[in-house]
Design a protein around this ligand. Structure first.
Ligand code: NAD
Length: 490
């Protein structure tokens, strides 16, 4: 008997006309049925969000009252983190020790935006006309369409739902068709927190119908998307009719630069964290290791040793360090790109296959390949898996050229004890994040987003909330005198 999940539309839980099965990636066996939202379901959800936007139950709340609802939601997320983590682990294969800690931290994102709600301020302008007062109001941008990919759905939706609600918007959130269970379960917490009907709607379905219907809906004013660049292009095309504002958090091929003076112990753990945590299924994965010649052999020997010692296994076990990939398709893709890379001249240093004894689960070994050029497929393409591509440099200039030789620009890591070198690199690397002597650190207080094909706009931090507002300029004339010349612009 499979577990079944429902949509949350207009404050009610409902079934969809069609369903699909969700597979546990650790076993390859279906464990739940999910509702597949149709274009009609999407239309119902967007219309509910549009009604809620202007209804007194939501529009009539003060900013502080919106903040209180968000605080309540944060508390509920924290209280239910264990259950949500288990669902995410079952539905995506992400290991339980990461889902537990990440979802505990998701509560902090809601707390952060709860606190921001009553700090979104307008302005009074010193306008250059003596008989005018001008002020600016920050108003909610409207109905938001939030779309997330399968990795870290609760986390990636918190950076959309939090600022959207703080700003007074309403939202229709589309969970990925892969691993939607935790987000559909989160809907119960939204309901319990007491948000008025229609303010938050959560559904799932496939990109071609549900995703397309949502991003081309005429009542949607803003699209907050996280996913791959090709989908982003389709979404921009879908939104053209309505000219909806878009923020796009896309893929990456992030470089980790290691200089000769770095500490091998500390760097090796950070490199492992960057590429093998979440089995490499992380947008900020440090998938290109650029290493200076003098430290190369020592660092690679340590990395190979550590990669071979990683405990691969049941993602629900707290000792497991690497679980399966989320989908069979994902593993097939990684295998194909790796084979092409070896053909193109890359050398396998460790891994490269499916670990023994894992049955039908979608497991793949932690893999390191030494690559002669940037044209090797594993260097050029995002794999979204546990494959580290290594390249060697001699000079700082070569390191920068290799690091920036990518169409992406999400994150980067620099490992050196030379402060002046580190500062120079923070200026020269074309990426939205530079981590120095650390990797994969995030916080609700810090903006997150990419350059180039890694995206448009920033999530996290104070400014992100402004992307969910628009400015209204209010002009008030303080004089009763007739306007001097009605035919000339003042
Ligand atoms: P994807 O682009 O295939 O799908 C993402 C979402 O878009 C899913 O919900 C999907 O149903 C939906 N979608 C697909 N086609 C659509 C369409 N035509 N219209 C509207 N919606 C549509 O991505 P994925 O394979 O699920 O996720 C992996 C990608 O996400 C990687 O590239 C990864 O780097 C990226 N990612 C980026 C970040 C970030 O913050 N920068 C974070 C996590 C993942």
């Amino acid at each position: 008997m499979l577990k079944s999940f429902q949509h949350y539309i207009d404050g009610e839980f409902s079934d969809a006309a069609t369903t699909f099965e969700s597979v546990d990636p650790a076993t390859g066996v279906a464990w739940a049925t999910m509702p597949a939202a149709s274009a009609d379901d999407v239309d119902r959800a967007v219309k509910a969000a549009d009604r809620a936007l202007f209804a007194p139950e939501w529009a009539g709340l003060t900013a502080s009252q919106r903040g209180k609802l968000l605080y309540r939601l944060a508390d509920l997320v924290a209280a239910n983190a264990q259950e949500l983590a288990q669902l995410e682990t079952t539905d995506t294969g992400k290991i339980i020790r990461e889902t537990r800690s990440q979802i505990g931290y998701v509560a902090e994102y809601y707390r952060y935006y709860a606190g921001v709600a009553d700090k979104i301020q307008g302005a009074c302008l010193p306008v250059d006309k003596p008989d005018m007062d001008v002020f600016l109001r920050r108003e909610p941008v409207g109905v938001v369409a939030g779309i997330v990919p399968w990795n870290s759905q609760l986390f990636l939706s918190a950076v959309k739902v939090g600022p959207a609600l703080a700003a007074g918007c309403t939202i229709v959130l589309k969970a990925s068709e892969e691993g939607p269970a935790p987000l559909l379960a989160f809907a119960r917490l939204v309901h319990e927190a007491g948000f008025p009907a229609g303010v938050v709607n959560i559904l799932t379905g496939f990109g071609a119908d549900c995703g397309r219907a949502l991003t081309s809906h005429p009542l949607v004013s803003k699209i907050a998307f996280t996913g791959g660049p090709e989908t982003a292009r389709q979404i921009v095309r879908n939104s053209a009719g309505n000219l909806a504002a878009t923020s796009l958090e896309l893929g990456g091929k992030s470089p980790v630069l290691v200089f000769d003076d770095a500490n091998v112990d500390s760097v090796s753990n950070a490199v492992i964290a960057g590429i093998f945590a979440a089995s490499g299924q992380s947008c900020v994965a440090g998938s290109r290791l650029l290493v200076q010649r003098g430290i190369r052999d020592r660092l690679l020997a340590r990395l190979v040793e550590k990669a071979q010692a990683i405990r691969i296994g049941d993602p629900q076990e707290v000792d497991t360090e690497m679980g399966p990939l989320a989908t069979r398709k994902q593993r097939d893709h990684i295998e194909a790109v790796l084979a092409a890379s070896l053909q193109a001249g890359a050398t396998l240093l460790t891994g490269g296959g499916r670990p023994a004894g894992r049955g039908e689960g979608f497991f793949f070994e932690p893999t390191i390949v030494d690559c002669p050029t940037s044209t090797v497929p594993s260097v050029a393409q995002e794999l979204f898996g546990p494959v580290l591509s290594v390249m060697t440099f001699d000079t700082e200039a070569q390191a920068i050229a290799l690091a920036n030789d990518t169409k992406y620009g999400l994150a980067s890591g620099v490992f050196t004890r030379d402060l002046t070198l580190a500062h120079r690199l923070t200026r020269r690397l074309r990426a939205g994040i530079v981590w120095v002597n650390t990797y994969r650190a995030v916080s609700p207080i810090v903006p997150f987003g990419g350059y180039g094909l890694s995206g448009l706009g920033r999530e996290g931090g104070l400014d992100a909330v402004l992307e969910y507002t628009r400015t209204k300029s209010v002009w008030i004339r303080t004089s009763d005198e007739p306007i001097a010349d009605p035919f000339v612009m003042r």
